[in-house]
Design a protein around this ligand. Structure first.
Ligand SMILES: Nc1nc2c(ncn2[C@@H]2O[C@H](COP(=O)(O)OP(=O)(O)OP(=O)(O)O)[C@@H](O)[C@H]2O)c(=O)[nH]1
Ligand SMILES: [Mg+2]
Length: 316
């Protein structure tokens, strides 16, 4: 096994350990369906569709997956459990693959990453995790406490700064979020810091005033460097189900989303939402899922690798 293979094997193992509930539904679903059964037929596929739907794959994506399998059934490629398993793996991987794209720190300094999303989805925690990940990869990071809504938000990001031993730029609560982030970027420039990770307060995508505030934040960031922010990451809670798609569309329309992080996949039985996100974007340029969150600790962030993810989902 090459270095890449070892890395993938590790990621697959990590996904297997963390995707418990979603895995139970998918892989045990398949096991139950075809164990000891005769041939695979249309009914088997209908049962499989139902089992996929319980993980929030969404109707459209589930239908597309089943249509692919039906094609194989008619070509006599599906005869037993093993061939169904392989075919499902191929269908799911093909669907999810456009979401997989490595997160890269480009050449701009500081490289500015803005975090946005609905309330409580995991933005601040993801910033803490990503800061540790990037520091480990040799990039210095600075955290911008752009959620000025509540004092507790500033304390939370300061705690991440302290535990990762990285600087945090903050102001008193109620301060202008755009001003705090601007100040953080200027500080990073002066100090020669590689990456600024900027937090924002959670907001519902339907609240126009709050979405306008995000546009303003982006405009103010662009004053420090017209190419910034270099990434605008939408954090999505894996448990929201189909609402993930409207979050993507609405935030993208309001401010432009360059990538996603799907948090809280651990403990969620709804990991199928990733296929939903992929299928919804099938006819357009796909906004990638750079990372998935697999727990609350600093090391619980992993790159989203569609191959390892699907292998883990279907592993016996
Ligand atoms: N199990 C699990 N919990 C997570 C994960 N990511 C975040 N959390 C937890 O989810 C809760 C909310 O996380 P935050 O990072 O505060 O979310 P936020 O989006 O910043 O929230 P607001 O700033 O209030 O909008 C916290 O209790 C986190 O520990 C994850 O990947 N897995
Ligand atoms: Mg927060």
């Amino acid at each position: 096994m090459g270095e890449e293979g070892v890395k993938n094997e590790g990621l697959r193992g990590r996904f297997i350990r963390s995707l418990g509930k979603t895995r139970l539904k998918v892989s045990h679903g398949i096991g139950d369906l075809v164990l000891g059964e005769k041939r695979i037929d249309e009914n088997t596929l209908l049962d499989l569709e139902a089992s996929l739907l319980t993980t929030d794959v969404g109707i459209d994506a589930a239908e597309a997956i089943i249509a692919g399998l039906k094609g194989r059934l008619s070509r006599n490629e599906l005869s037993d459990r093993k061939s169904l398993h392989q075919a499902l793996q191929a269908e799911l991987t093909e669907m999810a693959r456009p979401l997989g794209k490595p997160f890269q720190i480009g050449s701009a300094r500081p490289f500015v990453v803005l975090f946005i999303g609905v309330n409580g989805v995991g933005k601040t925690t993801t910033i803490g995790k990503l800061s540790k990940h990037l520091e480990g990869a040799g990039f210095s990071t600075l955290l911008a406490a752009g959620d000025t809504f509540r004092a507790a938000a500033t304390e939370q990001i300061q705690a991440w700064g302290a535990s990762n031993d990285v600087p945090v730029v903050s102001q008193q609560s109620g301060a202008d979020s755009a001003a705090v982030i601007y100040d953080a970027i200027e500080t990073a420039k002066r100090q020669g810091i590689d990456v600024v990770l900027a937090d924002t307060a959670g907001r519902l995508q339907a609240k126009k005033g709050l979405m306008d505030e995000l546009s303003k934040i982006k405009r103010v960031i662009a004053r420090t460097d017209e190419t910034a922010p270099h990434e605008c990451l939408l954090v999505i809670d894996a448990n929201v189900g189909q609402n993930a798609i409207s979050q993507l569309y609405d935030f993208d329309e309001a401010v432009g989303v360059s990538g996603m992080v799907v948090a809280k996949l651990d403990g969620s039985a709804r990991g199928g939402v990733l296929f939903s996100l992929a299928h919804a974007q099938a006819s357009q340029e796909c906004t990638p899922v750079y990372f998935v969150g697999l727990g609350e600790s600093a090391d619980d962030l992993e790159p989203f690798d569609p191959d390892a993810f699907v292998e883990a989902l279907l592993a016996p």
